[in-house]
Design a protein around this ligand. Structure first.
Ligand SMILES: Nc1ncnc2c1ncn2[C@@H]1O[C@H](COP(=O)(O)OP(=O)(O)OP(=O)(O)O)[C@@H](O)[C@H]1O
Length: 200
């Protein structure tokens, strides 16, 4: 059993307190939904979990994972900004990520968001939703224990939303964990919902 624990986390950005006393425990197969208004700290919390920022107090630990790797090394972090190299094609982008993350199932990644017909298309020319699909295809490219998704539904059409939901379901039923910040309700029952702050 893998467990992600947040214990009395507090976060500051730009010298201002964003949140304090955030606590949760997430176990294998569970989804934590992060809710809250703009500026409440959802992205900041995901960054902290991914190891891209430091909490001013408190701790995040992953028990039962690979003790030789950091939490970030065991996670897929899909931020607001698409992780795409514009001069490369769709397939080349996935190859880049496969090389970077170690391995990669190109066919599965292309299939996950129906990108096969766009494989040789330059990423620079993709629509916003297509870019989001390419960015999220990483999830199917390389297995990672923990998915940290920042508003993953933005820009997706109904078919792609459905694909994302199925991908998430498969990840969770395989024992994975997911923390998803979203303003739109997911078509998945979250095991827990954490509502942050009141910042605007
Ligand atoms: N790079 C930064 N430097 C300083 N402050 C920042 C930075 N990024 C975000 N902040 C501040 O941190 C606070 C939390 O921002 P964050 O992006 O985590 O909120 P959020 O809940 O994800 O918001 P949204 O729903 O708009 O995406 C905001 O007040 C924001 O102004």
């Amino acid at each position: 059993m893998v467990q992600l624990h947040a214990d009395s986390l507090a976060c500051q950005r730009g010298g201002r307190t964003v949140f304090t006393d955030v606590n949760f425990t997430l176990s294998s197969g569970q989804l934590l939904e992060l809710r809250g208004p703009n500026g409440a700290g959802k992205s900041s919390l995901l960054r902290l979990i991914a190891g891209l920022g430091e909490a001013i107090s408190g701790q995040i630990t992953l028990a039962g994972g690979n003790g030789d790797l950091s939490i970030g090394q065991q996670a897929h972090y899909a931020a607001h900004q698409e992780a795409i190299k514009a001069p490369l094609t769709v397939a080349e982008n996935l190859k880049f990520w496969g090389d970077f993350l170690g391995g990669g199932d190109m066919a599965a990644a292309l299939a996950a968001f129906d990108l096969g017909a766009l494989a040789d298309y330059p990423a620079a020319l993709l629509s916003a939703g297509q870019k989001r699909r390419l960015s999220l295809a990483r999830l199917a490219l390389v297995p990672r224990l923990l998915w940290l998704l920042d508003e993953p539904t933005v820009g997706l059409d109904a078919n792609s939303l459905d694909r994302l939901t199925r991908l998430l379901r498969g990840h969770l039923s395989g024992g994975g964990l997911a923390v998803v910040a979203t303003h739109a309700p997911l078509d998945l029952t979250a095991d827990a919902t954490l509502v942050l702050g009141t910042a605007r």
